[in-house]
Design a protein around this ligand. Structure first.
Ligand code: CTP
Ligand code: MG
Length: 181
């Protein structure tokens, strides 16, 4: 695979895992998933993880995957590379896994005494990647191993923190997010 194809594949295949966080920021709010429950001195997850944000993030992620599946041909032709299409299990699992990874990270943050919104460098940037890739692997191992070959995974691990820091900085500057991480 040529370098352009590796980078394009990494970005393309991860879009359904990238957009859920941003959709959750836009549409989040309402009842928290943990219902206010605590474990020890801290909330189980906190007010930053809501049903509405989670469902919206999952749904918008799936919507993006459906749209990308319609554009694979023309976008691939324009770039001169072959881009992946999302299988139905992958299309469902990538955004759901991203949301679950983010929720898992909040659970760990609360257990380590970090309040809602407190940064956890590394975890904040990669929680949703690990969740998305893990669930996609479980949902469709064949699709996963065809798409996420080792160099693609390597690019994802480098590209994601850069994109995440950039988009969160923009969301903060626009007043959509309370903290720039
Ligand atoms: N959000 C949501 N539901 C989710 C994830 C996010 O409603 N499953 C919304 C919340 O309004 C949240 C915002 O998106 O405040 C930003 O998300 P995030 O940074 O993940 O949450 P934090 O508020 O920073 O909380 P935490 O410390 O638990 O990450
Ligand atoms: Mg946060």
């Amino acid at each position: 695979m040529a370098v352009l194809e590796i980078v394009a594949t990494a970005f393309w295949a991860m879009v359904p895992a990238y957009v859920p966080n941003n959709a959750a920021v836009l549409f989040g709010g309402g009842p928290p998933i943990d219902g206010g429950r605590t474990w020890g001195d801290s909330r189980l997850l906190g007010d930053g993880k809501t049903w509405r944000g989670t469902i919206a993030g999952w749904g918008v992620g799936m919507l993006f995957a459906l749209v990308l599946n319609q554009l694979t041909g023309p976008a691939g032709d324009a770039l001169g590379v072959s881009l992946p299409t999302f299988s139905m299990p992958a299309l469902i699992a990538l955004p759901l896994g991203a949301m679950l990874g983010d929720i898992g990270a909040s659970f760990l943050k609360r257990r380590s005494g970090r309040e809602r919104g407190a940064p956890f460098p590394g975890l904040d940037q990669l929680d949703f990647v690990v969740g998305a890739l893990a669930l996609a692997f479980v949902a469709d191992p064949g699709w996963f191993t065809d798409t996420f070959i080792l160099p693609v995974v390597a690019v994802v691990l480098v590209l994601t923190p850069v994109l995440h820091v950039t988009t969160n900085g923009i969301a903060y500057a626009l007043g959509l997010k309370d903290e720039p991480w």
